[in-house]
Design a protein around this ligand. Sequence first.
Ligand SMILES: Nc1nc2c(ncn2[C@@H]2O[C@H](COP(=O)(O)OP(=O)(O)O)[C@@H](O)[C@H]2O)c(=O)[nH]1
Ligand SMILES: [Mg+2]
Length: 291
Amino acid sequence: MVRRHYLEKMAQYEPIPVSSLRDQVKQRLTGMPKKEFNVLVVGVPGSGKSSFINSMIMAVTGTWHEVAHYSERFSGRATHSLERYVMFDDNCKEVHEPHPIPDYKQNVIFWDCAGFPNANDEAYSTIVSLTLDGCMPTGTNVVECMDQTPKQLRSKFTQKVVPNTFDRIVFIYSADSDVPNNLVKAIKSGAKEGHDVPIVLVVTKIDKCPEQDLQQRIEEAKGATDLKGNRVRFKKTSLYCEELTSFPDPNDYRVMMPNEEIDRNLLNIWMSLTDRNIKAKPAENESCCVL
Ligand SMILES: Nc1nc2c(ncn2[C@@H]2O[C@H](COP(=O)(O)OP(=O)(O)O)[C@@H](O)[C@H]2O)c(=O)[nH]1
Ligand SMILES: [Mg+2]
């Protein structure tokens, strides 16, 4: 009897296959309202923002395409500007291939915005606030804006250039570094100024953090983003990267080897991000299909 209960309980927790989860995400993306769904991705340079954007595409399509430029450390191409990426546009597939999500309306947009660990609170929170207002044009050099006063910034960016509002902020925190508390503060205060955008925390590079430090860093990052105890708006994962997932043959045109665990984490992030019930302030015992 006890054993039967145990087995029933275990069956309840049996994770669904990654392929079913992927189908759910595709359905979710297809069924989204027609208007743009804008996601602002912030984090310090090198935390994995570009890798996150590319990995979120790979988790759904199964193939690697460098949509957002990554590995700036090695190429010397540090992106310090605001970049706009239409997720699953035609760059996510080969020319001769059918689209991996045929009825998807190409309306999910990720914005890659560099943040800085010692961000001067005021300037950076104004930059976040102006971005969320839709007043920062693509390509704006964020570093050059950092030494300006909020007033100067507000008088410089007065025109609304992004027609829709932002729906989510993803804060990328790399587990191999200290929590950039100033940056988190600046993002929170910029997001508050009349926007009320839900913040989702993604802890990356968990492979680079010793196990004994990982939990402490996660708790610190959750504390900073007010997400203690929340499972829906928080996910820890490694991302697709040369160090972990490249094909053994460096000339392999596929570049990255699919990885079930990374895909499961990222597909769950897709489900949380696109959950319509997520409001700016987390409800108590918030739940979503975290599988
Ligand atoms: N080991 C490891 N490396 C990662 C991970 N995520 C990203 N990287 C690497 O970290 C470096 C910086 O990533 P990138 O996406 O360019 O960061 P960004 O500056 O925030 O856009 C690149 O070399 C990535 O390949 C991860 O989870 N594990
Ligand atoms: Mg980048």
